[in-house]
Ligand binder design. Structure first.
Ligand code: NAP
Length: 456
């Protein structure tokens, strides 16, 4: 395959973020011609949302990793983990340093910050943003091992998107035996030993306005020993379906109607689905004791207090600003036109954005593949005008000059081997390692020396 060239030089690209969006860009670029692509991630492990966002019991979705793994092993593509972009402190490189060393920089940093409810009591112990609980059960290195459900009998999840459904399901033990997933033993134990008898999903909109999709809703019905209680009458649900609902909403309404008509099974635990209720206060003195709710405009629901010891808000995500890169606070995205980044209202040559940081947190993982295709098209169109690198100081060189060394592909493979070994012992494909120190220890052993890295 011919090299992609800029003024006679092989195209050199830095992709910031080793989640599906970034990997799809690397994949597509390498299919179009010979390129040098460095994929940076602030974590020691690749795969971003697939590893740390997708719910562990969604095994089929998680298995997408197998299709992305070969991309990272391809000639010309380098994984550079534990390399943060934004500042010069710790294990970081700056955006300017990247722009000096590569023809193109592609931001694929996703949207990892949870939106907050901004109501009184939200900071009480027992109240969590979705990002924290999702990070906990997915063994994210930034979230320490904890026992968030200890002593809780009821939990409330606020929001009506797929993340809210993931949380309801996981709090009730997931729809797959958790020992057959990749979650660490302490998470399996914590979820298995949880004494939750009730989990409530609270939506502010009507059932027709819910953002979740039907397959994900249906997964609630696969939970073991759980009754589903829909707080809407079959007549209301039928009327909403007949009233110009979208095809997805109609499918959701039909399923909710089925559940609303079905007699309860007398299960040990119950998942409640409430609509038309707005949270106004997390109640409690030293920790969460409940959630105060008021009816949304036009809703027939009535004001009430739901007692609970855990409240999770799952009301969407936002991108994080990267120091040195433009950022639009209102949309929490990098301003761009068709993926070409804009600085001060004009296109900035050689800078691109893809995935959630480009368009906001919407769509399924596959949606990011389309984004990546478009961004690669833009890069190829722009080849004649890409600014030539002014230095050969690519990221490993920059970090080495500061006495730091990233986790590269052999380091990740060592982590991967250990996780598979742990998995074999439990009869599953892998069991994740959580702690940064352990991840670095495994990577270091593969690299054959100790790592003088800041533990960011
Ligand atoms: P989402 O789909 O945007 O849902 C956010 C929910 O939060 C909406 O129901 C929204 O209600 C509600 N909300 C927002 N602000 C609120 C407030 N102040 N008070 C109460 N409720 C509020 O976001 P998400 O669930 O985080 O999902 C993000 C993306 O990932 C989506 O595209 C989703 O489909 C995808 N995802 C997919 C899967 C899967 O395929 N299995 C799993 C997880 C996530 P309004 O509609 O009233 O604004």
């Amino acid at each position: 395959m011919e090299d992609l060239r800029v003024a006679g030089e092989r195209l050199r690209v830095a992709v910031v973020g080793a989640g599906p969006s970034g990997l799809y860009v690397a994949d597509e670029l390498s299919r179009r011609g010979g390129t040098s692509v460095d994929i940076l991630d602030r974590l020691p492990c690749p795969y971003g949302l697939l590893r740390y966002g997708v719910a562990p019991d969604h095994l089929k979705m998680k298995s997408l990793v197998a299709t992305l793994e070969p991309v990272l092993g391809r000639p010309g593509i380098r994984f550079i983990g534990n390399a943060e972009v934004g500042t010069e402190v710790g294990n970081s490189v700056t955006v300017d340093e990247l722009r000096e060393a590569y023809h193109a920089v592609v931001y694929a940093t996703g949207a990892s910050r949870s939106r907050r409810l901004c109501i009184p009591g939200e900071e009480l112990p027992g109240s969590f943003a979705s990002s924290r609980l999702v990070a906990w059960y997915n063994a994210h290195p930034d979230e320490p091992a904890m026992t968030p459900l200890a002593g809780a009998r009821a939990a409330i999840v606020v929001g009506a998107g797929n993340v809210a459904l993931d949380l309801v399901r996981m709090l009730l033990g997931g729809c797959t035996d958790l020992r057959l997933t990749d979650v660490p033993d302490d998470v399996v134990d914590s979820l298995r030993q949880a004494q939750l008898s009730e989990v409530h999903l609270v939506a502010r909109g009507t059932p027709a306005q819910a953002k979740f999709t039907t397959k994900e809703l249906r997964d609630l019905d696969a939970l073991d020993d759980v009754d589903l209680v829909v707080h809407a009458t079959p007549a209301e649900l039928d009327a909403a379906a007949a009233d110009g609902a979208t095809p997805v909403a109609q499918r959701n309404l039909r399923l909710l109607g089925e559940w609303a008509r079905r007699p309860l099974r007398g299960a040990r635990r119950t998942a409640h689905l409430h609509f038309g209720l707005i949270p106004t206060e997390v109640l409690g003195t030293s920790r969460v004791e409940g959630l105060r709710l008021q009816p949304a405009a036009g809703s027939a629901a009535v004001s009430r207090v739901l007692p609970a010891q855990v409240v999770v808000s799952a009301i969407g995500y936002q991108g994080r600003p990267i120091a040195g890169a433009p950022f639009e606070a209102e949309t929490a995205t990098i301003p761009n036109i068709d993926g070409r980044v804009q600085r001060d209202g004009s296109v900035s040559p050689g800078e691109y954005a893809t995935g959630w940081v480009r368009r906001g947190p919407s769509g399924v993982i596959g949606t990011n593949k389309l984004d990546a295709l478009q961004v690669v098209e833009r890069i190829l169109e722009d080849l004649p005008i890409l600014p030539p690198p002014r230095t050969d100081r690519t990221v490993p060189v920059l970090l080495a000059a500061r006495g730091l060394r990233p986790v590269e592909w052999d380091g990740w493979l060592a982590i991967d081997r250990e996780e598979r070994r742990l998995g074999q012992a439990r009869g599953t494909e892998r069991v994740k390692v959580r702690a940064r120190a352990d991840l670095h220890g495994l990577a270091d052993a593969a690299a054959g020396s100790s790592r003088p890295l800041a533990d960011g």
